[in-house]
Each structure stands twice: as C-alpha cells, then as structure tokens.
Design a protein around this ligand. Sequence first.
Ligand code: GLN
Length: 250
Amino acid sequence: MLNQEYSIKIAHLYPNLLNIYGDLGNIIALRKRLQDRNITCSIINFNINDDPYEKINDCNIFFIGGGQDIQQNEVANDLKKHKNFFNQKANEGNVFLGICGGYQLMGEYYKPHNMDKQEGLGLLDVYTVASSKRFIGNVSVKIKNDLYNGTLVGFENHSGLTYFTSQNTKAIGDIIVGNGNNGEDKLEGAYKNNVFGTYLHGSFLPKNPEFTDYLISKALKTKYDEEILLNPLDDKIENMTHNSLYKKNY
Ligand code: GLN
C-alpha cells in the first residue's frame, strides 16, 4: 500500500452518448485498481455543452467510449469546440484512452458510410473510413515491445478501418486473432505519448489488468513527476479471464 496521499481525477467524456458494449467497465476498472492501492479517485462526467476548463481542467486521465455513428456525430460536433483544450492536455502528458468510436474521434477524422466526415481531435496520427463489412468478434493482441511485453484481449464490433498517417503514432500491438485497425496490416490500436486508442471493447480494461496499471502509472508519473511503483494486486480472476480468452477464435 502506498504510504503517501496520491489522487487521480478521471474525466469520463460523453458517458451518455459513447458507452456502447459496456465501455463504462473501463472507468470501473481504473477506479477499483486506484482505490485498492489507497489512491483517491474521482470521476467527472463531461457532456455536450460543458466547459472543459471549468469541469475537467485538472483531470489526469481522459476516457471516451464507443458508439453508433449518429451519437459519434453529436460528440464530434461538440468535441471540435475543444480541440485546443484536449491537445493541450495531451501535450502535458495526461493519459487518454479511446475505445472504438472514441478512438476514431481521437484521430484526424472519421468518415462514416452515408454521413459527412466527422472531424477528430488530431491527438493520434490516424484517420478512419467506414467499410462495407463489419468486424465483429474476439481479438487477441501481442503488445509491441516499445510499450511492454504483454498481451491484450477484447471484443471488436466496428465498420471503421483505421490507418496511420505518420510514424509519430505507433500501433499498440500485433493482431494474433481478429482484425484490429483495418484487417489488412494486422495491427491493433494506436498510441502517441500517453494517448491510447483501441478497438477493444469487452469491456477492455477489466480483462487487461496490466494495461490498466500501465495507464495508471503513466498518469501518476505525469502528475507527480516521479515513478510511483504500484503494489501488485490479487489478479487471479482477471488473469484467468484474460488467459481463457487469449487466442480464442470463436
Ligand atoms: N461507429 C463506429 C464504427 O462502426 C464505432 C463503433 C463502435 O464504437 N463500436 O466503426
């Protein structure tokens, strides 16, 4: 248990619009793993027409879930008003996690089927275009070594195909089972500094405790400007779930 008072504030972006396939589970996992280490955790919901400087300026982790194109469009129209704010927060080294639709809106743009292009925040050097097919199923990922040596599991359900536009943004991992970003380059997710996007629902973090702790460590490092070692938790159930899903192709 940590012997100093640490705290982390999480901004949950548009929870009423982008929270498909249980993406709220990601917030629950972050809060649980913080509280289990005696790190104070507060969660602020950020919605359409809210003022980010007023509401979430002192947050350390920013989370945005996935959704259908219609809701994504509503969010995109609100998000573009705050492009400078979120780019400033990312440049400060705060942690972002976007899932599927949220991931797409952290890129340069998302072009749905028969809808206008949705402008993204430009936090990740990627763009997404909707395809005629839909990727649905379990996904297993081998994380790229420049992050850490590990694996990820989750569930994908998207028609968007995501492509990189610069080497400053890298893939989180290699696809072992499933489609990932676009079903062609066998890559999944994207990250740039402490901004992470992934297609993995499930929800994602509860089944990937190591990655959850990786995000928490990054957020603490940025806030306190020191490496804070997280004491291990009893992850028997989380690891059993993770291992039972890894490489499952049904
Ligand atoms: N609407 C986007 C797509 O279909 C994102 C879907 C989602 O968030 N699951 O690609």
